[in-house]
Write a protein that binds this ligand. Structure first.
Ligand SMILES: NC(=O)C1=CN([C@@H]2O[C@H](COP(=O)(O)OP(=O)(O)OC[C@H]3O[C@@H](n4cnc5c(N)ncnc54)[C@H](O)[C@@H]3O)[C@@H](O)[C@H]2O)C=CC1
Ligand SMILES: N[C@@H](CC=O)C(=O)O
Ligand code: NA
Length: 453
């Protein structure tokens, strides 16, 4: 049995109050990228893990539609029905690594009903159904751990929930989708084609089953929902997260931003203001002086500003089999360590005690303030820029910089305007008015600008 093969050679199953602790038995549902990475870590690092936990962790059963050549399942009990795993009385901890929100929800709720602890990498499930799942888990006295759900291998949940628990968190901002950051980096650094880079991200196991979740910001919105909840002590509110993807960003936008000293990054931003909480995912210009602007490829990074600690930054691989497996197995270790502890001493699922969650308003995007980068096509005629600046000024918007190109054969020339901070609704009014000017052609590309401090 694999169970015995991954036990520590120097068996150190701890004694608690005179009783030798038994191995912890894990059941794994889903054997794709994350499932296989998690199995491989348990196998390869068994001795190190046993030394940390004080008892061995055994893969009791794997539920998978098919075997995966990426990992060796010799000797492991395999079933093609994942519900066998959650109904297996031998299993202490269920790893939900199938993805999606329908079968996964049923699977996790069944595991909880059966008194099993759950570890999941599924951000969609937690962001959309976490309130219900955690309530049920608390009633049943079991844990649902989800470190792998946000920013892959980075221990950001643990960092906010435990490491920063003395702070009032003011804001957080992060690159929290590896696929999107990989695509934007490859496109801007190597001039590669969008669909070509996306195909590579899928091949490398970074992308979601439906990659529009990555490209259109849904995956990042799931993750931001979770981060905001544990940072501010509010319920999970995915439906209130403003979401924009990267599919409309052009290489021209990237190169104008670069000229102005900015990178375009797909950020998730959550901020407390006097009027409520901002929750938003969108492409964002950030100065190259910011560390976040230099986070490239599949790497993720999350800045968190606490009132006591100031700004912090956590950085690492946001996707992939082993980085994500690293977070899955760290959660298994955490759960295994606390199996003998009184449940009232556990870290609360959403960082704040149940019953202490705040009902703070989530602000509509029109109320949010940021700078703007506007990229438009105008007729190369005297007075056009004056008309545009007048509209901006009428809406209380001041200009930080302008790039205007010489005519290059055609009648239309690009004009890029970068503004100081303004409320979104004022910018909406200004853009509508500018697009109505006869000398402005088509739609204006707008990208928000953030000066994170
Ligand atoms: N790939 C990555 O880098 C990361 C993925 N995640 C999350 O981890 C979860 C798994 O993702 P991946 O491993 O990438 O996906 P995947 O598609 O590689 O693996 C999922 C596996 O589950 C199996 N599966 C699905 N439904 C099943 C069912 N009803 N019965 C039996 N098997 C079933 C599929 O056949 C597949 O082998 C998702 O929630 C994803 O969002 C989280 C962080 C990073
Ligand atoms: N598809 C996701 C996987 C990790 O969460 C990503 O690319 O970030
Ligand atoms: Na993580």
């Amino acid at each position: 049995m694999l169970g015995s093969s991954i036990q520590c050679r120097h068996s150190i199953n701890r004694q608690v109050w005179g009783t030798v602790l038994k191995p912890v038995k894990v059941g794994i549902c889903g054997l794709g990228t994350v499932g296989s990475g998690s199995v491989n870590i348990l196998l390869n690092n068994a001795e190190e893990i046993t030394r940390r936990v004080g008892r061995s962790i055994v893969v009791e059963q794997v539920g998978a539609r098919r075997d995966n050549p990426e990992c060796d399942l010799t000797g492991i009990n395999i079933t093609r029905d994942i519900f066998d795993v959650v109904n297996n009385p031998e299993i202490d901890i269920v790893l939900e690594l199938i993805g999606g929100t329908s079968i996964a929800k049923e699977l996790v709720l069944t595991a909880i009903e059966n008194g099993k602890h759950v570890v999941t990498a599924n951000k969609a499930l937690i962001a959309e159904h976490g309130n219900e799942i955690f309530a049920r888990a608390e009633e049943k006295g079991v844990m649902v751990a989800f470190e792998a759900a946000v920013a892959g291998g980075i221990p950001i949940i643990k960092s906010i929930r435990e490491g920063l628990s003395a702070n009032k968190i003011e804001w957080l901002a992060g690159i929290i989708n590896g696929t999107g950051n990989f695509i934007m980096t490859e496109m801007s650094e190597k001039g590669r084609d969008f669909s070509d880079v996306l195909a590579e991200a899928q091949e490398l196991g970074y992308a979601e089953a439906d990659p529009t979740f990555d490209v259109e910001g849904i995956d990042a919105a799931h993750k931001l929902t979770i981060l905001a909840s544990i940072a501010f002590g509010i319920p999970l509110q995915f439906e209130k997260t403003y979401t924009e993807g990267i599919s409309q960003i052009t290489s021209e936008d990237v190169s104008f931003a670069h000229e102005l000293g900015y990178a375009i990054k797909h950020l998730g931003i959550a901020r407390r203001t006097q009027n409520g909480i901002e929750l938003r995912v969108h492409p964002t210009l950030i100065s190259y002086k910011q560390l976040l602007a230099n986070v490239n490829g599949v790497m993720n990074a999350v800045m968190v500003k606490g009132d006591a600690v100031g700004p912090t930054l956590t950085y690492g691989a946001g996707a992939g089999a082993l980085p994500t497996g690293s977070s899955v197995i760290a959660d298994v270790v955490d759960v295994a360590r606390t199996l003998t502890a009184d449940p009232t001493n556990r870290v609360p699922h959403l960082a704040f005690q149940e019953g202490s969650l705040a009902t703070t308003t989530i602000l509509p995007v029109e109320e949010i303030e940021s700078g703007f980068f506007l990229n438009m096509r105008i007729q190369d005629r005297a007075g056009v820029l004056a008309n545009i600046t007048q509209i901006l000024s009428e809406n209380g918007i001041s200009i930080e910089s302008v790039i205007q190109r010489e005519r290059n054969g055609g009648d239309l020339v690009p004009l890029v305007v970068m503004t100081h901070t303004v409320k979104e609704q004022n910018m909406n009014a200004a853009i509508t008015a500018i697009e109505e000017l006869p000398d402005v052609a088509g739609k204006i590309q707008r990208i928000r600008v953030e000066h994170l401090a």
